[in-house]
Write a protein of this length. Sequence first.
Length: 408
Amino acid sequence: MKSKTPYHPPQKILERYADVLVNFGLNGGKGIRRGETVLLIISESARPLLIELRKTITRAGGNIILRYIPEDEARYTFSKDFYLLAQKHQLEYFPRHHFKGTVEDTDHVLTVLSEDPNGLKGAPADKISTHTQVLTTLRSLYRKKEEKGTLTWSLALYGTEEQAREAGLSLKAYWEQIIRACFLDTPNPISQWKNIFKKLEKYRNKLTALKIKSVHIKGPDTDLTILLGKKRKWLGGGGSNIPTFEIFVSPDWRGTEGWMKFNQPLYYLGNKIAGVELWFKNGVVVKSKAKTNHTLLQKMIAATNGDKVGEFSLTDKRFSRITKFMAHTLFDENMGGKNGNTHIALGSAYKESYTGDAKKTTPKEWDTLGFNESSVHTDIISTAPRTVTATLANGKEKVIYRNGMFTL
């Protein structure tokens, strides 16, 4: 529903938001240091937050490289007009020297998301896919620097009328979710986040210490087993997403068996896919369904290794203050509500989930360990009731998640 009068978040909220993102979200919860450079990616719809972010970065002694995006674009994805008009050589163009120099000069990347969920609706999906594939080179440049420990990043959301309408909320109600989720309604949001991260770390360490061999996810619309694999650790917190309440792991994709239904939609190549169901055998999607845009779902799965699991995640409802559908993965994959949420990602795995030295691990070793490698990483979410039972290395079984909460 559209707001009758324009809503703008209060100045104090914007100031607190900027403080959380710059002085906590970046650098793994520590904030930026004097002399470091922040690549700030933000669109014109989020200009009020841009003003506060520039002030906050400057006060912290940081430098700014600004990528200010037109309203009809999203990060490095161009507008609908581009995809309607572009020829093959334009879709495949990659300014290597420009991006390489930017990555070399950057210590932190802060991206504020505010794109229209339906902004690319009607654009040729094959053209968007081609251009997106080209940009995997850029992601690889950032990834290599991150693995060296010389780059951190964080994502945040700035609510817009288009996003609120897609979620079925007024813009004010949409922002209320952002404000509560990020603790911006408290005098010191950063102290709240530090407390949450301590709790996440406690459960993350407990899960890793259990030496889980596999997990069985059971519910009224799910019966799925996922093999965690060797040398795995659970991840959570860290500031890479604001907000973040999930605890997740990148499993051995070869051991996924069974079926799972997802009651939350996903957005892919500018289109909404709803009512997703997936069947796995020997780690691969062998059957899929969707109530809307099933052909597009099949296209996503058909991407190289896009038919394998790269992430398994759980959110404890006691931590998350998100209670409503937000039509954005950043929030929906962290929803608390009545049942918490369970989600998997098809595509690329997180190498940070490896307990060994990632820098010294060869591509062949990654393959042997079952870490999936893909150009896609698509989160698919369910907020339905789930019981997760772990089979431990010693053969014993233990319920680790029930009624939307960890049971450790």
